[in-house]
Design a protein around this ligand. Structure first.
Ligand code: NAD
Length: 489
């Protein structure tokens, strides 16, 4: 297994010799020891990407050829899917079947952007004179640094890498220090199988505090794409401001799942469970706020609580396990502190609220699926992202109140509305201030449709055509076919 930094087309140890043990969240085993870079390594990566962009052939390679490279990366993911999935489960603890799904999604992202690469070159503009030719063309932005989180390590990296390469940029990829294995493996396969010029793809490993500053503030960087927490996003925005970089921020969410009384409650309960407890709630779009119409509140909550024992916690490599651990001891501490806050605030603990007592899970960072009822939108447990298996339930009276409650957080990433009334579904979808709205479903996404946040969930879009355009500049080229007097003097 390659464990080094990839700088300017070569595998290298961290300059200062640093290493980091990567820990399994299931049992705290050391699963790999990888290089731990510092600011000097990150600067080396940025300068390599700068050189490759300014002097190398990549930027001027045809869009079709770039698309073929991006397609080949997708093919590599498919060919090595089992190993990718194994590493993702080792790193994150998520069930192997979920990692397999992620890998199929990742391959689809590369295959989608392979087709987008040569489909958005620009357009000819209807100029103000017949003696003018005017066109608007799309060009790569330049050096892009791409910082991703630990919950969907390779998936989040692929949303950035695929469009950036398709558009002709050079990149410095920085996975979370907690989950670097699949990003390392992808870069290893790119290095082995594809003939990319040195410096087009660089990989920096290390903690955000150690390697973050050059990635977000070095003058040679043109664009920073970040997925992670809101607090880090604010810091990165400030760092990038001094040199006025383009930035895209995919931040957290506190996503409302609104259930009206006219739906099939078994179906709504089934999806409400997946919405919040998938990957132990460590999903940016998790449906962590359940809003239920008064008439069906008790019946829906009962159905959810009754089904909690079906969520088998355990080793992601064991068949039948539906949920793995939280990512780290620190993160479980955070989740536990939010449960304590919920209790202090007067929410009613309807289920969970503790670590499991199964001795087989004692070495992992497990936490039971937890449900709070009697919640109000003033509570911190309702307003703040817990990023764990904690569901808060609020009641609403009517459509107007449901929308007002749903919009009442600083976040705006995703939401769902459940109703059999098609007009109401559309009205509510239009009124919700967030980047994705599901009607009678929760969680599906695909590469053709844009993803991103309103409000403090961030800005910029990933996926879809907009996810490609983030990585392009727009240039207007105007040519006068009959140059003569300017007509001013
Ligand atoms: P985080 O903000 O702690 O870290 C994310 C990444 O940023 C990591 O690679 C980390 O090393 C790096 N980083 C930390 N400090 C940095 C700095 N000062 N400069 C540069 N890089 C720095 O987030 P996390 O805990 O890894 O991820 C969880 C968060 O990610 C949640 O809030 C979740 O909602 C969010 N998320 C959002 C989306 C989305 O699409 N909107 C998707 C997945 C996760």
């Amino acid at each position: 297994m390659t464990t080094k930094l990839y700088l300017d087309g070569a595998w290298t140890d961290a300059g200062a010799g640093g290493t980091r043990d990567v820990i399994s969240p299931h049992d705290q085993r050391v699963i790999a020891t990888v290089a731990e870079g510092d600011a000097d390594d990150a600067t080396t990566a940025v300068l390599a990407a700068r050189r490759a962009f300014d002097t190398g052939p990549w930027r001027t390679t045809t869009a079709k050829a770039r698309g073929e490279v991006v397609r080949a990366i997708g093919d590599l993911v498919v060919e090595h899917l089992d190993e990718f999935a194994r590493r993702e489960t080792l790193d994150t603890g998520k069930p192997l079947a979920d990692s397999v799904t992620d890998m199929h999604d990742i391959a689809s992202v590369f295959h989608y952007y392979a087709g987008v690469a040569d489909a958005h070159g620009g357009r000819v503009v209807d100029a103000p004179s017949p003696d003018v030719v005017s066109r608007v063309q799309r060009e790569p932005v330049g050096v892009c640094t791409q910082i991703s989180p630990w919950n969907y390590p390779l998936l989040q990296a692929s949303w950035k890498l695929a469009p950036a390469l398709a558009a002709g940029n050079t990149v410095v990829v920085k996975p979370s220090e907690q989950t670097p294995l699949t990003t390392l493996y992808l870069v290893e396969l790119i290095d082995e199988h594809l003939d990319l010029p040195p410096g087009v793809v660089n990989l920096v490993l290390g903690a955000g505090a150690a390697v973050g500053q050059p990635l977000t503030s070095h003058p040679a960087v043109d664009l920073v794409s970040f997925t992670g927490g809101v607090a880090t996003g604010r810091r990165i925005m400030a760092e990038a401001a001094a040199t006025v970089k383009k930035i895209a921020l995919e931040l957290g969410g506190k996503n409302p799942n609104i259930v009206f009384a006219d739906v099939d409650l078994d179906v709504a309960a089934d999806h409400a469970l997946t919405a919040v407890f998938l990957h132990a709630g460590q999903v940016c779009s998790a449906g962590a706020r359940l809003l239920v119409q008064d008439e069906v509140h008790d019946a829906l909550v009962q159905r959810i609580v009754d089904r909690l024992p079906e969520i088998t916690l355990g080793d992601g490599f064991v068949d039948g396990v539906r949920s793995g651990p939280l990512i780290s001891a620190e993160h479980r501490d955070k989740v536990e502190s939010y449960v304590a806050i919920g209790l202090e605030e007067g929410a009613n603990l309807a289920a969970g609220g503790s670590r499991p007592d199964d001795p087989a899970l004692a070495d992992g960072f497990y936490y039971l699926p937890t449900v709070f009822t009697d919640c109000t939108s003033k509570m911190r447990i309702v307003q703040e992202e817990v990023f764990g298996p904690v569901l808060t339930v609020e009641r609403f009276r009517d459509e107007e109140q449901a929308v007002a409650l749903a919009n009442d957080t600083i976040y705006g990433l995703a939401a769902a509305v459940w109703t059999d009334d098609v007009s109401r579904a559309q009205r509510v979808a239009n009124a919700l201030r967030c980047g994705t709205v599901w009607i009678n479903d929760f969680h599906p996404y695909f590469p053709q449709a844009e993803w991103g946040g309103y409000k403090q969930s961030g800005f910029g879009r990933e996926l879809g055509v907009a996810g490609f355009e983030e990585y392009t500049e727009t240039k207007h080229v105007y040519q006068n076919l009959r140059p003569g007097s300017a007509g001013w003097l």
